[in-house]
Ligand binder design. Sequence first.
Ligand code: AMP
Ligand code: MG
Length: 404
Amino acid sequence: MLSVKEAQDKVLGCVLEISTVKVSILDSLSLVLAEDLISKEDIPLFDNSAMDGYAVRVEDVKGADESCAVRLTLLSEDISAGEVPTQKISPGYCILIMTGAPIPENCNAVVMKEYTVKDGESILVFKECTEGENIRYRGEDIKRGDMVLRKGKKILPADIGIMASLGVSKILINRPPVVGIIATGDELLEIDKKLEVGKVRDSNSYSLSAQLKEMGIEYIRYGIVKDERKVLEEKILEALSESNILLLSGGVSMGDYDFVKETLIGIGAELVFWRVNQKPGKPLAFLKYGDKFIFGLPGNPVSVMVCFEMYVRPLIKKMMGYNDLFRPSLRARASHDFKNKIGRTNFARVILDKKDDEYFFRSTGIQGSGILTSMVKADGIAVFPEDAGDIKKDSEVEVFLLKG
Ligand code: AMP
Ligand code: MG
């Protein structure tokens, strides 16, 4: 049986062709930029006011303070945002200006309205200004020719704001895979159905959809399929015609009705591996079908989610063009003893506590692969290595962080 590392290497060692596609900037959120974004403009394009106030000449307001105001003549024009000033400021004059409006010629500061009093046709200024005060200069944010966003970067909300301010409505990204999801099992109910003995509601297709949604990945839900070879085969073929990755849950163990693996092999998929020396998720199957990838995920709700974290998510990240494929992790120490069988990797769901500069982990409670609340409570997945055996209080292991 493969070790976790060997299985991950097999998944991540697959040859991938990353294609690119232009999308509307809002559709690029959380995806990877496939081109450099170089500015063709200065942003802002013109010197403008950072405040509502009066555009003045620094020389004219020298010496002004709370006890000694300087009087300036107010020009009749006022400049609101979006307008272009038509007058320049001569010595002894000022002009009313709003935030974002272009600075008139000869003016080298804006005095905030709060430091002035209007007196008929003139303005009393109670504060000196320094050169450039409350002026936002042309190109101070971005200069023409600046490399604003670099190829390979994860696109975040501020990046989309920058694209918009540079007039870029579409952007080239690495095309993320489309993922199909099929839940298999005769016992599965749709989530709006009443529970009855022998049945469980299909939660796996929902946790998987949510894990994909969290990554910004498009998914197609193919619903619940019974443990019947023919129906399963039809649904798999349909899903493979529309998806780059297919996730199946259930039906990959040793049970008499576990047909997923043989059905996949039957349609010509190549079995890369079946079974990994891990808990939960031992019966995991990974197959290739042309340039498509198929995961046969064990049906237990925790196994599904943990296998997604450890195998599916890293592959998707690789297909998206990321270098960092795994969740962030940290070293943490056990707050208590953990019983742990030697000879297989154990992915324990844990709660993290920070004491001083150190992290400690404790169990979320019972750790069965059907205990989905263990995933709800978990801050992370602690990896107990194959050769570890019981984990003694204070021993240190790697914990992958699930949240935040
Ligand atoms: P299997 O891998 O098909 O043997 O299923 C293992 C366990 O996971 C069984 O107890 C199933 O009832 C449960 N299970 C399978 N599929 C789902 C699902 N979609 N949602 C919730 N539980 C499931
Ligand atoms: Mg089943």
